[in-house]
Design a protein around this ligand. Structure first.
Ligand code: GLU
Length: 468
């Protein structure tokens, strides 16, 4: 059985956007599902537009998403010798030819075609021109495309797509500076890397008949092609910046978990019954090309937000701990209260990592000030004696745990015929600075006796005694 080999072949001319990330994901999932191999090839032949930063952004984005690649990254620019060899082979075999047409000649040709109302195409006039090899005039190399019949793409997503050959003119495969063009390089490289399945955006569909012809002319076996329909914005128009964050790193900055983004990307075009939530393991188990839809998918920020909250809720503490530690800039060891306990107290109520960081902040840093609106709403004259009572009874507590703390607060409130909020809410504000935190007994237990009592006394000092 042949090993499935897929690849992601981005051009490093910009960021890794959502469409590219999804192409990478589908290729990766297909390989992983079949126990195959997934390669990364950076198509950096356009030296003017390719940058090292863009390459770095792509590598970082893929790493963040957890899309690891097998073997080392292939840089297309380093493969030029193989591209040239392929062009020479085609020339030798009469399947390609040197074209000496100047830009002016081509412009005139196109203008005539335009006036005649026919599709502008190169008319192959240099095919029969047998110039001597050492002729010094500049030339490009063109591929002799068949002029009749049709080239059929048997696409794993789109089905059979036929291209009449007469609509495909003789493609330039090598520029006058000796550099290969995209269609030639991609075929030579995919063949050299043993790629069995080319999975990419449907914006490349029109290149595919050209590439199939090149495979055939070079005597190489044609891989399976799978073209994934494009992603549209929520309004149905082609995805663009105006539809929100498009660079994959922007989702990280917005507090998304990579598992949620991966889940979301997978659902952009692929389905598994009515399921919405998938772990990476489930995606690997279930992914197939037959459930990739043939029509464009719509980007939906609300769904991504929902999935992110779901993933946050289900994320292992071990995944969240380092993220929180980093976000709060905490030391690596002896963190008190333990991150795992703080995360467990907050996880279910957070929508994204920013919420988690915000909610966890006061556990590690005393509040600088107190939310004025919350003070106004929750603090009255009766707060202070109640709080003093709580402090003195709490000081005497032999064990500082959530159950005992709950009993203490409930007991005081009961004795004074007050609802628990009358004491719990002021305590919360004085501990956290804001009126939101995990349940008050858990919050107190996590902060510990010393810190809790210190913060309460400080609040009395700052807010009450100072104003007496
Ligand atoms: N380098 C091409 C791009 O970034 C992709 C080539 C391919 O997947 O065949 O659009």
């Amino acid at each position: 059985m042949t090993t499935i080999r897929t690849r992601f072949a981005p051009s490093p001319t910009g960021m890794l956007h959502i469409g590219g990330a999804r192409t990478a994901l589908f290729s990766w999932l297909y390989a992983r599902h079949h126990g195959g191999e997934f390669f990364l090839r950076i198509e950096d032949t356009d030296r003017e537009r390719s940058t090292d930063e863009a390459t770095q952004v792509i590598l970082d984005g893929l790493r963040w998403l957890g899309l690891d690649w097998d073997a080392t990254v292939v840089y297309q620019s380093k493969r030029q010798a193989s591209h040239v060899q392929a062009v020479e082979k085609l020339l030798r075999e009469g399947k390609a030819y040197r074209c000496y047409c100047s830009r002016e000649t081509l412009d005139v040709m196109r203008e005539k075609q335009r006036i005649a109302g026919v599709k502008p195409m190169y008319d192959a006039r240099c095919r029969e021109l047998h110039k001597h090899e050492d002729d010094a005039s500049p030339f490009v190399v063109r591929f002799c495309s068949p002029s009749d019949g049709e080239t059929i793409v048997d696409d794993a997503v789109l089905g059979l797509v036929a291209f009449p050959n007469q609509e495909l003119d003789d493609l330039i495969i090598m520029r006058s500076d000796g550099s290969p063009t995209y269609n030639l390089a991609v075929v030579v490289d995919d063949a050299a890397m043993g790629i069995t399945h080319v999975i990419r955006g449907s914006d490349h569909l029109n290149n595919t008949p050209r590439q199939i012809q090149l495979y055939q002319a070079l005597g190489l076996s044609v891989p399976t092609f799978a073209h994934i329909p494009l992603i549209h914005g929520a309004d149905g128009a082609k995805m663009s910046k105006r539809h929100g964050a498009v660079a994959i790193t922007e989702y990280r900055e917005a507090g998304c978990l990579s598992s949620a983004v991966v889940n979301y990307l997978a659902r952009l075009g692929w389905s598994h019954g009515d399921d919405e939530f998938f772990s990476m393991g489930q995606l690997i188990d279930y992914f197939d090309l037959s459930h990739v839809g043939a029509s464009p998918s719509r980007f939906d920020q609300k769904k991504l937000d929902w999935l992110n909250a779901q993933h946050l809720r289900h994320a292992p503490i071990a995944t969240l701990s380092p993220l929180l530690q980093q976000a709060l800039e905490l030391p690596h060891a002896n963190i008190q209260p333990p991150l795992s306990d703080v995360i467990a107290s907050l996880q279910a109520r957070c929508k994204n990592l920013h919420d988690l960081t915000k909610g966890a902040h006061f556990f590690y840093f005393p509040p600088k000030d107190y939310d004025a609106k919350a003070l106004k709403k929750n603090i009255t004259d009766e707060t202070w004696p109640l709080l003093q009572l709580f402090i003195s009874e709490a000081e005497a507590m032999p064990t500082w745990d959530a159950t005992a703390l709950h009993q203490l607060i409930a007991g005081i409130c009961e004795r004074h015929a007050l609802s628990m909020g009358k004491l719990a809410q002021p305590i919360r504000i004085f501990l956290a600075g804001v009126p939101v935190s995990p349940p008050i007994d858990i919050t107190l237990a996590l902060l510990g006796k010393e810190v809790s009592l210190q913060r309460l006394k400080r609040a009395i000092h700052v807010l009450h005694e100072a104003s007496l």
